[in-house]
Design a protein around this ligand. Structure first.
Ligand code: FAD
Length: 495
């Protein structure tokens, strides 16, 4: 924004605050500076921007009213669910409106006959499982933040979780959505049926990180509660052995519901925080969970145990009941926060690699750590190859934060080099936009922008996220300048 534009933007925000207070009620609009600061970041707390205005609509109509008002005033907006995102996706725009969905918490319908739930976007992930439990169903994608994150945020990030190895990510569980396009139009995609005709626009919305509009209703698949669940905790000398056991289990055709690994430093952090009592002296632990029909689970469980022993597991514990199962998971589920016990500051990185290069990439991470003196704790979805290196640093030591950032970026380079990607489940957001050119060519990014511009030609929905620099119409004021290579080639038309 230039200095000349500043008063115009300020007056647009004042006008919007007045208009939305009248339409949605006084408690739905926050413009007091101190209260606005509550919303200045998401789970990635080192980026902070105070929004110009926060709006908390009570229902979908309130979202439509807000988006339409933003479109008319030419003011950008950012959707926010629970604000647990780890890539700065819900970071506010300083001259924009933050649309918070936390009041849209209605479970519209649990429909066991169709194995579907219809919910508002602010519904907490775990609440869907709680609501469906009485009918013998649950919602499978389970981010570690499932007690607090919203289904709208899950949809926007295509979130994963421990059980996504067997059941798939959010995208495999969303069959319908209603969303408000950036011009205020209400669009319905899909529904309860398993598939919809035509282009997979629903697929485009899932994982779009709030850059195509605001989701106001989600239809998700429900999964039948399994007859049996069996969980094993295995201690290994190191990550190589645990990685080899992971590959052996999956190579043998067993698909566990979850297969999670923690290295020595992550175990140390978890022990310090929650005293989870993992096998003493373990250089790595694996948690393997199988679910399904009891007979199948029993047969496969024996196979998992055999592969773990064959690859060096020196201690194997099998959960006798739900309480012991929960105790196995306690260390893993608390690992991100637990790292705060052993380091004043840390970056939660998120990259994904093919499972077969796990050992090689973990070695390279260890080398990076040795060369730079920056400690890295690894806790991750081993079955998916979805890494979560926790890069530890002390902000009070000059230069350490910068070195940690470098290590963190170098880990993403390793993921790309090994055929993986810069994010497995936490999204690109503000944090990783700069890494996009390492994975995609200019033409690739321009093509993605063509899709974005088809939804949002004026670039009002979550601008500055996902895409690295101002490009095409989505990131610069007004329509895009210059022809896209697809236009030059006569393949796409100007829109
Ligand atoms: C301790 C911890 C553990 C975590 N573990 C996991 C994990 O295992 N797996 C995983 O995938 N993630 C994990 N996360 C990250 C985070 O919880 C997920 O990304 C989650 O989906 C974010 O949901 P949210 O409601 O907090 O979204 P927010 O942080 O509020 O928003 C995230 C993105 O979604 C967009 N958005 C939100 N609501 C809407 C809407 N209604 N319409 C359109 N766009 C919208 C926002 O603009 C933003 O880009 C973890 C986070 C923490 C803090």
């Amino acid at each position: 924004m230039t200095i000349d534009q500043a008063p115009a933007r300020r007056s647009a925000i004042t006008g919007l605050a007045r208009q939305l207070r009248t339409a949605l009620g006084p408690d739905a609009v926050i413009d007091d500076h101190q209260r606005l600061r509550t919303y200045e970041c998401d789970g990635l707390a080192h980026y902070k921007v105070t929004p110009a205005l926060v709006v908390l609509p009570a229902d979908a109509t309130g979202v439509v009213t807000t988006v339409r008002a933003c479109a008319e005033a030419g003011v950008p907006f950012v959707a926010r669910g629970s604000g647990t995102g780890l890539s700065g996706g819900a970071l506010p725009h300083a001259d924009g409106v933050l649309i918070v969905t936390s009041r849209l918490r209605r479970i519209v319908e649990i429909d066991p006959a169709n194995q579907r739930a219809v919910v508002e976007p602010g519904v907490i992930n775990l609440d869907i499982t709680r609501a469906a439990g009485a009918d013998g169903y649950y919602y499978a994608p389970d981010p570690s933040s499932q007690q607090i994150c919203s289904i709208g945020g899950n949809l926007a990030e295509n979130s994963g979780g421990a059980h996504c190895l067997k059941y798939g990510f959010t995208t495999n569980h969303v069959t319908g959505a209603e969303f408000v396009a950036p011009d205020g139009e209400v669009v319905r995609l899909g529904g309860k049926a398993p598939d919809a005709t035509g282009y997979d626009l629903l697929g485009a919305i899932v994982g779009s990180e709030g850059t195509l509009g605001v989701v106001t209703e989600v239809t998700v698949r429900l999964v039948r509660l399994p007859e049996a669940v069996r969980t094993l905790l295995a201690g290994f000398p190191g990550t190589d052995d645990a990685g080899a056991a992971t590959s052996a289990v999956i190579g043998a055709g067993v698909v566990p519901a979850a297969m999670e690994m923690m290295d020595a430093l992550a175990i140390e952090a978890a022990e310090a925080a929650v005293r989870c009592g993992y096998p003493a002296g373990a250089g790595a632990v694996l948690i393997v969970e199988l679910d399904g029909p009891a007979a199948e689970v029993d047969a496969q469980f024996a196979e998992v145990e055999r592969h773990c022993r064959a690859h060096g597991a020196f201690e194997i514990r099998i959960a006798a009941d739900d309480a012991e199962r929960a105790s196995f998971w306690r260390g893993r589920k608390s690992a991100f926060a637990a790292v705060g016990r052993i380091s004043p500051d840390y970056i939660v990185q998120d990259g994904v690699i093919p499972r077969t290069v796990l050992a090689e990439v973990l070695h390279r991470i260890a080398e990076l750590s040795r060369d730079t003196g920056i400690r890295v704790a690894n806790v991750f979805h081993a079955g998916d190859g979805n890494l979560h290196p926790l890069v530890l640093f002390d902000d009070s030591v000059p230069g350490e934060a910068e070195r940690a950032e470098e290590v963190s970026g170098a880990i993403l380079d390793l993921c790309i080099e090994h055929g993986g990607s810069i994010t497995g489940e936490h999204g690109v957001g503000s944090d990783k936009a700069k890494f996009m050119p390492r994975m995609f060519t200019e033409a690739d990014l321009d093509t993605m922008q063509l899709l974005r511009c088809a939804f949002d030609p004026d670039g009002l929905a979550n601008p500055g996220k996902v895409f690295p620099t101002p490009r095409l119409c989505g990131e610069v004021p007004g329509r895009h300048k210059g022809a896209h290579p697809l236009q030059d080639a006569g393949i796409a038309e100007v829109f």
